[in-house]
Structures are given as structure tokens and as C-alpha cells.
Design a protein around this ligand. Structure first.
Ligand SMILES: C[S@@+](CC[C@H](N)C(=O)[O-])C[C@H]1O[C@@H](n2cnc3c(N)ncnc32)[C@H](O)[C@@H]1O
Length: 213
């Protein structure tokens, strides 16, 4: 989805950091071997995630929805030297692919994979986090928020992906469309919850940054 005229969009991308070569390799292999490669964060959003993480310099990061590990590696770039990134995905077929790329990176021993439904795994994580990236199934976004908010340190950041849901957030709602309803409810929750402050960034499919007060 392009929010700017395509030429201007290309200018923005060309004047931002280049995608690291390991991530180019990961993207190639994702497109060759994995279904729905469109789920990758992609080069520009990846550099945005990397920049936010470097600005925050988190001790612990949590990611919901690992897929092939693209965003995990972008977020890991900002980790403190002894920091940890915990990432959850329900699809066991992706596990070895993710590990291969985590181990090729300099963050291999800082990245911990959790296999299963994020709803079950989050309550078992005995940690607090400075940065949380929500990028799993949309119908659970509101549930994820309630599960993670007490695990987010004051000043900590939640980044939520796909909050504009291909523009469907401003179209008439089809009552059968559970995902769009879930995204609408989630966006209202982020705007109204007094524990956080929120800005929606018109990046790719919409990226919200919320900061815990
Ligand atoms: C959009 S992809 C994540 C993309 C990845 N964060 C990136 O930027 O490259 C969503 C992922 O969420 C996972 N997922 C969906 N429902 C889940 C659940 N209930 N618990 C954990 N993971 C889930 C899917 O298997 C899929 O890999």
C-alpha cells in the first residue's frame, strides 16, 4: 500500500538506510520456500523497526508473530549487549527456518523462540519488556494488549502492525468481517487507554507506536 505517490515513496526508501544483506537473503529464501511471503515486514518497515529499537535500546523485546524472523532481526539490532528478544509463533514449520537466520546473525544467542499460541505463552513469560511488537492474528490484538500491558515497563513501547488493514478501517463494515472489526476495536482501545500515548504512522499497512506512561 502506497500512502505517497509512488515516486515520492521510492525517494523516501532510497534515502533511508539500506536493507542488510542477511535480510535480503532471508527474504529471497522466504519467497522461494514459504507460503504467504507477503507477511514479511519488508525493507522499509524493517528499517523503521530497527531505528525505533535503536532509539529505545531495549533490554528485553517481545514479538508476537515471528513468521520467518525478518522483524525479529530488525528489532534485535537495537538490543542492549546482554538483552534478549523473545518471539512467539504458532507455526512449527517455520521454527528451523527462523533459527537458521537467527544463528547466521550476530544476535543468535540473544533470540529465544517460543512455539505455540501467543495467548497461552505470554502469561508464562516471567519477564518485563521495553519493546513489544504485535504482529500475529488480528482477532486477538485486543487480547494481546490486555495480556502484555502489565509486562511492559514504564516508558516501554508497543508497536502494532497492520492497523490500517489495507484501508478497510474507513470502509463500511461487513458484519461477517471479524478481522476488520478486531482492528477497529484495537485502534479505539489504543487511542482511549489512559495508560499509554499513541500515534498511528502511515507506514505500509499502518504501524502504531504506543508508549506506556
Ligand atoms: C504477519 S506474520 C508476522 C511477520 C513478522 N513479524 C515479520 O515482520 O516478518 C504473522 C505470524 O503470526 C503467526 N500467528 C498467527 N496466529 C498466532 C497465534 N495465535 N499465536 C502465535 N503466532 C500466531 C503466524 O503463524 C505468522 O507467522
Amino acid at each position: 500500500m502506497h500512502f505517497l505517490p509512488e515516486e515520492l515513496d521510492a525517494y523516501v526508501v532510497n534515502h533511508s538506510e539500506d536493507e542488510p544483506s542477511l535480510l535480503q537473503q532471508l527474504t529471497r529464501e522466504t519467497y522461494q520456500k514459504i507460503l504467504q511471503p507477503i507477511m514479511l515486514s519488508g525493507p522499509y518497515q524493517g528499517r523503521v523497526l530497527s531505528m525505533i529499537s535503536k532509539l529505545k535500546n531495549p533490554k528485553n523485546i517481545l514479538e508476537l508473530g515471528t513468521f520467518t524472523g525478518y522483524a525479529s532481526l530488525c528489532l534485535a539490532e537495537g538490543l542492549q549487549k546482554d538483552g534478549e528478544l523473545h518471539t512467539i509463533d504458532v507455526n512449527e514449520e517455520l521454527y528451523d527456518f527462523q533459527r537458521k537466520y537467527f544463528d547466521k546473525s550476530e544476535y543468535g544467542n540473544q533470540i529465544f523462540q517460543h512455539l505455540g499460541n501467543a495467548i497461552d505463552i505470554i502469561p508464562k513469560l516471567d519477564k518485563t519488556f521495553d519493546l513489544i511488537f504485535i504482529d500475529a492474528d488480528k482477532p486477538n490484538y485486543v487480547n494481546y494488549f490486555h495480556l502484555i500491558i502489565d509486562k511492559l515497563n514504564p516508558g516501554g513501547i508497543i508497536i502494532s502492525d497492520n492497523v490500517l488493514w489495507h484501508g478497510k478501517v474507513i470502509e463500511p463494515l461487513d458484519p461477517k468481517d471479524k478481522s476488520t472489526k478486531a482492528v477497529l476495536d484495537y485502534n479505539t482501545l489504543l487511542k482511549e487507554d489512559p495508560r499509554i500515548e499513541t500515534v498511528v504512522l502511515p507506514i505500509r499497512d499502518g504501524l502504531t507506536v504506543s508508549r506506556k506512561l
